[in-house]
Design a protein around this ligand. Structure first.
Ligand SMILES: [Zn+2]
Length: 459
């Protein structure tokens, strides 16, 4: 297995402490969703402060929706503060926005975009990866539904990667979101699940989510709901009819995991968490909201040793490993996926030790996982089972690696390290180098043998 395909010059992300004093990117989205036509008209205002310490010659916007032909239409883009917009040009899913002069360090640019989405129909095709974005008869999902700015690295520019065949390619800066949504031509029983609590005002729904990677929405006229309070957090479950038992189990697990991870890693920073049954066969994490495959709801056995339970814990852990602590999901997916898979084990240890052997044998060892943990999403695994090869290496072997790491440094150092790592890189984008730098502050154990076994490049 080699990693020569994706540009091996993986950008070295370092947090820029000087930038912390300047405001994070802020997005205000005012959108009307027409449920009869599956279209969305949006006005987006972006306030972006240049925190890079160098002049930025042009703005880059990531438009993930544009990966689907005919879905995204930009009507207008202009600047109301800072450099003026001179031209725009597309490159893959990126919109280059030319400026009449560079954006100076510390300077603010305010962009206004007027755009429309014609949501794609989600087609279940076993030969393709399941789609999250778009509509089906049972569920409309608005995920990565607005243009956003990727992180900007001094000397390197905008940090973007093209979509891969599997895995996520996005790198997100922690940003503030204000969302105003009106839904028209929808059945009265339509339920809206969102990344943040809803405030209703007539026909409008208002949301605010601060210091988040993403803002996601999921709509369905069929959703049944269940809520469980944990501390000050409302864990809200949304599931399809006939899945009440599984829907309640998913929320129960998410609430328990949220409490546990809040103690082990860092306090959960939000008022709500939405646990949404996916109308597709996959799970997917967003800030304040995640999807769980309906396959797990269909097959839920009622026992704790069950994929519904394991994956509800996994997706909840993404609120820390992805949400609170960001990472480059394309080049270093192990930083969130291995940690979330291992967090499943932490959940079982604490809440269902009787099912720990199920977790090891059925969830992990059954697949005889192998492969380097620091695989990227671009490795051209030639086998037919390319996704499985990636998953086995990054998720499963990643969890085995973390368990061996824990044994080597000891529980005290391991858990102190996790807390320290979560705290130091909260609202930042961490790298593998950051991970090991913090780890070495907690343990002087010689890790060279372990790293040689599980990592292809020296972290
Ligand atoms: Zn995951």
């Amino acid at each position: 297995m080699s990693s020569e395909v994706e540009p091996s010059s993986a950008p070295q992300i370092t947090s820029t402490p000087a930038a912390i004093d300047l405001p994070a990117p802020a997005y205000t989205l005012t959108a009307v969703y027409d449920d009869a036509r599956h279209t969305l008209s949006a006005l987006e205002e972006i306030a972006y402060t240049n925190r890079s310490g160098e002049s930025i010659a042009e703005i880059l916007l990531v438009v993930d929706a544009s990966v689907y032909p005919g879905v995204f239409r930009l009507n207008a883009i202009e600047s109301s503060q800072g450099p003026a917009v001179t031209r725009t040009g597309w490159e893959r899913i990126w919109l280059h926005v030319g400026l009449d002069r560079p954006l100076a360090p510390g300077e603010v640019i305010r962009l206004s975009l007027d755009y429309e989405l014609i949501l794609p129909a989600r087609i279940a095709d076993a030969s393709l990866r399941p789609m999250v974005f778009g509509w089906s008869e049972r569920q409309i999902n608005l995920v990565d539904w607005y243009p956003y700015l990727p992180p900007y690295r001094p000397g390197q520019g905008w940090l973007v990667h093209p979509p891969g065949f599997y895995g996520e390619h996005q790198v997100y800066e922690a940003s503030d979101f204000t969302v105003n949504l009106q839904v028209i031509h929808a059945p009265a029983e339509l339920v809206v699940a969102a990344s943040a609590p809803e405030r209703r005002e007539g026909e409008w729904r208002h949301y605010q989510l601060l210091q988040a990677r993403t803002f996601a929405l999921s709509l369905s006229p069929l959703y049944q709901t269940v809520t469980r309070q944990v501390g000050g957090v409302a864990v809200n479950g949304y599931f399809f009819p006939a899945h009440r038992i599984a829907g309640e189990a998913a929320v129960q697990t998410a609430a328990e995991a949220l409490e546990l991870f809040g103690n082990l890693f860092a306090p959960y920073p939000r008022e709500t968490l939405a646990v949404v049954e996916a109308d597709f066969l996959d799970g997917m994490e967003y800030d304040g909201l995640f999807f769980l495959s309906n396959g797990f709801y269909n097959l839920y056995s009622g026992a704790p040793g069950d994929y519904l339970v394991a994956l509800a814990a996994h997706e909840t852990a993404h609120q820390w490993w992805y949400g609170l602590v960001g990472n480059d999901q394309a080049l270093e997916p192990w930083l969130d996926e291995a940690l979330c898979t291992y967090s499943e084990k932490l959940y079982y240890e604490s809440r269902h030790p009787e099912a720990l052997s199920w977790w090891w044998e059925v969830r992990v060892r059954y697949y005889q996982p192998r492969g380097f943990v620091d695989d990227s999403i671009y490795n051209p695994h030639s086998e037919a089972q390319a996704y499985r090869t990636y998953r086995d290496a990054v998720y499963l072997n990643g969890a085995i690696f973390l368990d061996r790491l824990r044994q080597q440094v000891g529980d005290e150092a391991f858990f102190a390290f996790l807390k320290d790592y979560a705290g130091r890189f909260s609202k930042q984008v961490a790298t593998g180098k950051d991970f090991f730098r913090v780890l070495r502050a907690h343990s002087s154990a010689d890790l060279s043998g372990l790293l040689g076994e599980y990592f292809q490049s020296t972290p």
